[in-house]
Write a protein that binds this ligand. Structure first.
Ligand SMILES: [Zn+2]
Length: 306
């Protein structure tokens, strides 16, 4: 995503955290005594109920890391246009363990999540991504992005220090190389960008695959997990559930059906973008900013076949 867009989304998501902090401080019916607290620039949180799974948040981006006796599995460096995010990430890992960082796994190939891997690579980490992410990054040659050492097949398993981490490719959605990172013992998944929580999709779902995206959500729902760590702090920064995935799937089906009606009446793109509304989802994050873009994307699909 482009810089201005990325910063806009990150600011909005940081705002979601600030709103949650403010509401936590305010009594019902009482105005806040102090202005809403801004969340700190970064935070590291151990996932409750786990022994060794952590979330590192830097502004509006999040990454998961897993600490084992044999080393650390880190994921997305989240350091696009801010290399200090990656060094802060490593400093935060070092507060938990001195064990070596063995792996750095990319969720997908978009720069805002995976730029800044060099200090991890320099520390000895093997950089892993889906094979198509590796192909894209090898062509793009962005100087801020480390090209993966390993491009995986659609299923890949990492066993380290008693922890099993499975990488599942569930089809094309927000990109053609998004991985679900699955910890079966902990019944946790880490997903990035393709399952926003109570939030509409980003802009016009650029790089997205309508029609296949919905199927990928069904595949995620069929997996045996209970909690989801998202790549951005949506909905006040909470973890996701299967109900959230089901609700997102329903949103996409409702949107698709509404836009198809408009497309069949020859209203795509501009008239449909003005007329289609889904009041059921008006309270979701980014609705006022990006719902029109979501309509535009489905208009391309139903109105033109792409
Ligand atoms: Zn992305």
């Amino acid at each position: 995503m482009r810089r201005t867009h990325m910063i806009g989304l990150a600011a909005m998501l940081a705002g979601s955290l600030a709103a949650a902090a403010a509401s936590a401080q305010t009594q019902p019916g009482q105005p806040p005594a102090t202005p809403p607290a801004q969340p700190p620039q970064f935070a590291t949180t151990k996932v409750p109920g786990t022994e060794n799974v952590y979330i590192f948040r830097y502004q509006g981006h999040q990454s998961m890391f897993v600490v084992t006796s044999a080393g650390v599995i880190a994921t997305d460096p989240i350091a696009y246009l801010r290399p200090q995010a990656a060094t802060t990430y490593i400093d935060e890992i070092r507060k938990v363990t001195r064990a070596p960082i063995k792996y750095l796994i990319y969720s997908h190939h978009h720069y805002d999540h995976i730029a800044g891997g060099k200090p991890f690579k320099d520390a000895g980490a093997i950089v892993v991504a889906h094979r198509r992410a590796k192909e894209h990054l090898a062509k793009l040659k962005n100087p801020a992005v480390v090209v993966p050492d390993v491009g995986t097949a659609d299923r890949h398993v990492i066993n380290l220090g008693g922890t099993r981490l499975e990488l599942h490719y569930v089809g094309r959605n927000h990109s053609d190389n998004s991985l679900v990172m699955y910890l079966p013992k902990e019944k946790l998944i880490f997903t990035v960008d393709f399952i926003p929580i109570e939030t509409v999709h980003f802009r016009n779902m650029l790089d997205g695959w309508v029609g296949e995206w919905e199927d990928s959500l069904r595949k995620v729902l069929a997996m045996n997990w209970e909690r989801m760590i998202p790549g951005h702090p949506y909905a006040g920064g909470r973890l996701g559930t299967k109900a959230d995935v089901q609700n997102l799937l329903q949103y996409m089906l409702d949107l698709s059906a509404a836009v198809k009606v408009a497309a069949d009446q020859g209203k795509c793109w501009d008239t449909a973008v003005k007329e289609v509304a889904l009041p059921k989802y008006e309270k979701w994050g980014a609705y006022s900013q990006y719902f029109a873009g979501n309509v535009e994307r489905y208009c391309s699909y139903w109105g033109r076949g792409y």
